[in-house]
Ligand binder design. Structure first.
Ligand code: SAM
Ligand code: SF4
Length: 344
């Protein structure tokens, strides 16, 4: 990248530490709000997507990510919407991989629904991606179609196999859904662990209007864990990613199981992450309406001084924690933007 020469004390390279002493080292980037599926807990069937003209170009996304890397981001996750439906997204991955080569970035990864993975797995591996998360809530083709509204599970399974053959470590993410996949969780875990893949369960979060109430979907993971513990030996693992996931090992399968429990567990004190959307909006907390526009400073000048200032100001406003609520009185989104905007 061209730009001014940077000294060790340049504001462009200063670490991002928020008012609560948390240093930001993890950036999630939603490269598109579009998706080829319509998971019913994530989107309404007739979603209105952003006009393409509002999106940052891939070059602008690269510049934005690179500015964050210069300011101390070590882990970068591409997400969406569905990141692999963004046209030419692999050119962004390839270009960002230079930060892996230079050692500035420790990990480049993505979260995907897997439908396009068979096409891209090998190139992802070639670009230095080592691990990916694939979202899959069920192994039952009919249920998969019901959850995603029209998805074909075979494509996802094919994508997972392609990723594994390319040498990528795959972790499966599954949203725990009342009356839908709750009985299937043990077999989903045995399937994933049988292939050497981790499984992380996610509680439904109240994000975005989806045309149906959350109370009907919400399954507390405390209940799922208690049920699993009757059948399996779960041992807490100490490791933490600085995020909402807590992990256990499962003796019977030899695999790792994660629980993401934003509703029942407070993880905010160790939060090391921020998110940017495909329009260049920075969200410093998944559970708050806070938003800072980075597109304007990005476009206002060819160097990164205005951009870096805007990032510092936004990090200075990162809230202490979130406040998601799902109950009968609050059966509406706590946060109005959909998960597909910020990418989970
Ligand atoms: N399309 C990609 C995928 O499905 O993996 C990436 C984006 S998707 C928004 C990221 C993750 O968020 C997925 O694992 C999805 O299941 C999860 N998700 C979406 N809406 C959610 C909600 N309201 N509550 C909890 N998890 C949600
Ligand atoms: Fe698309 Fe992922 Fe949302 Fe499903 S969860 S609709 S795959 S963005």
């Amino acid at each position: 990248m061209n730009g001014p020469a940077l000294s060790a004390h340049s504001p462009l390279t200063s670490a991002m530490t928020d008012p609560f002493g948390r240093t930001i080292t993890y950036l999630r980037v939603s490269v598109t709000d579009r998706c080829d599926l319509r998971c019913f807990y994530c989107m309404s069937e007739d979603m209105t997507f952003l006009p393409k003209a509002d999106l940052l170009t891939l070059e602008e996304l690269d510049r934005l990510c690179s500015a964050f890397i210069a300011k101390g981001v070590k882990k970068l996750r591409l997400t969406g919407g569905e990141p692999l439906v963004r046209r030419n997204v692999m050119s962004l991955v390839r270009s960002l991989s230079r930060h892996l080569d230079s050692g500035a970035l420790r990990e480049l990864t993505l979260t995907t629904n897997g439908t396009q993975l068979a096409k891209h797995a090998k190139e992802l591996a070639d670009c230095g991606v080592r691990r990916i998360n694939v979202s899959l809530d069920t192994l039952d083709p009919q249920k998969f179609r019901a959850i995603t509204r029209w998805g074909e599970i075979d494509k996802v399974l094919e994508g997972i196999e392609a990723a594994r053959s390319a040498g990528l470590a795959v972790k499966i993410n599954a949203v725990a859904l009342k009356n839908l996949n709750e009985d299937e969780i043990p077999s989903l875990m045995q399937w994933a662990h049988g292939k050497g893949m981790g499984l992380t369960l996610i509680e439904v979060m109240p994000m975005g209007e989806i045309g149906t109430g959350r109370i009907d979907q919400y399954l507390p993971l405390s209940l799922v864990r208690a049920r699993l513990a009757q059948q399996f030996t779960l041992t807490d693992l100490e490791e933490s990613t600085g995020g909402p996931a807590r992990y256990v090992s499962v003796s019977e399968t030899g695999g790792k199981l994660g629980f993401i429990t934003p509703m029942t567990h407070n993880f905010c004190e160790s939060c090391n992450r921020v998110r940017i959307t495909c329009t260049g909006t920075l969200h410093t907390c998944l559970g708050h309406e806070d938003a800072s526009d980075l597109r304007k400073p990005l476009r206002a000048s060819g160097d990164d001084i205005l951009l870096s200032d805007a990032i510092d100001r936004a990090i200075g406003l990162k809230p202490k924690g979130h406040d998601f609520i799902i109950d009968r009185r609050h059966n509406r989104p706590s946060v109005s933007r959909h998960m597909s905007v910020t990418g989970g």
